[in-house]
Write a protein that binds this ligand. Structure first.
Ligand code: HEM
Length: 321
């Protein structure tokens, strides 16, 4: 074959490969968009936004940048590994089996979409649906076939697994391993503006499942805790929240409502480190005064989190939604 014909053959081959990829990517993107609408409908009825965000964060937060040079998926991260029983059994993941159960029917309906994508799509959609910022991110992640190793997610209270003597050091160790700086740590922690802790899960509060075990903000099965003001069932009552309107994604976490509602709100030692540590405190104060700044930084940090350790196999290097 002449050199010119060889160049032509290679060009044709590349063109064909690109078209196949383009078709795949288009079909994949259309499934993702349809799945997102189903997730929105599900969230609107269930108010399960917080647990879907926690699921996405716990799948991604196992990432270890020091192992990034090793064969995938050794560095772990956002690769859907949390669906495996071995990983769901980690202490930090208590209760998350429920969130996987919520996603399973949608994953079956949109079989082409990977677990890793379904989990990150659900997390990002839950934030947006609760009134938070849009999180533009890449999709097309491959799924890992083994669960992650235990011990990479943060502990809420001492003794800390990494041997750190205080919560600020612990946060820098844990989030530093993922590649986050002080500002990103504070922004990401603002996710606690939604959601609750439960005695039966983390054991960080005496408030457990059910109306009678809740606080004045979580104990009534029908109340208005949402950003859009829609009243109705909050889902399962109980537990203790960080904020009063704990289904609304805003900057109220940074207003430290705990100070005036001592008995009825939770505040972990890792939350407190953000107020007392000189490196964290300026960001905390800024987000308290400026919700736009919080939304801007949170969106970027959450998108970064959601791509840690991901291997993109759709399109040239994933597709943006
Ligand atoms: C900074 C270190 C962090 C610690 C020590 C921590 C710890 C905890 C604990 C103990 C719970 C309660 C779990 C339960 O009992 O059900 C919780 C819930 C939650 N966390 Fe975090 N977390 C941290 C960071 C984050 C980050 C970075 C995000 C997301 C970006 C996040 C999102 C959530 C959400 C949404 C919930 C509520 C889940 C629900 O209501 O079911 N957390 N966290």
């Amino acid at each position: 074959m002449s050199a010119a014909r060889r160049v032509d053959a290679v060009a044709n081959h590349l063109h064909a490969a690109a078209s196949v990829n383009a078709v795949d990517a288009a079909a994949y993107a259309s499934d993702l968009r349809a799945m997102k609408m189903d997730i929105e409908r599900f969230l609107d009825e269930s108010n399960a936004n917080p647990i879907m965000v926690r699921l996405a964060w716990h799948d991604a937060g196992t990432y270890d940048a020091s192992k990034a040079h090793m064969p995938w998926p050794r560095a772990q991260g956002a690769n859907g590994s949390i669906r495996h029983e071995s990983e769901l059994a980690h202490g930090a993941n208590a209760g998350l089996v429920k969130a996987i159960g919520y996603l399973r029917p949608l994953k079956e309906k949109y079989a082409r979409v990977s677990w890793a994508d379904a989990i990150q799509l659900a997390g990002a959609t839950a934030i947006e649906h609760a009134g938070g910022p849009r999180i533009p991110m890449r999709y097309g992640r491959a799924d890992a076939e083994v669960g992650a190793m235990e011990g990479n997610l943060p502990d809420a209270e001492a003794p800390f697994g990494d041997g750190a003597s205080d919560a600020a050091t612990h946060l820098r160790n844990v989030f530093g391993r993922m590649g986050f700086n002080d500002r990103e740590i504070v922004a990401l922690s603002g996710a606690h503006t939604i959601g609750r802790a439960f005695k039966e899960r983390s054991g960080t509060t005496n408030h457990g499942y059910g109306a009678k075990n809740g606080t004045k903000f979580t104990g009534c099965p029908y109340m208005n805790a949402r950003a859009d003001g829609k009243e109705g069932s909050i889902g399962m009552p109980g537990g203790a929240s960080w904020t009063r309107r704990w289904l609304a994604f805003d900057n109220s976490y940074f207003h430290r409502e705990k100070l005036t509602d001592e008995k009825d709100l939770i505040w972990l030692s890792t939350d407190d480190a953000l107020v007392t540590d000189p490196g964290f405190a300026p960001h905390f104060k800024r987000y308290a005064h400026d919700q736009n700044a919080f939304f801007y930084d949170f969106s970027a940090a959450f998108a970064k989190l959601s791509e840690l350790g991901s291997r993109f196999v759709v399109g040239a290097s994933g597709i943006v939604l």
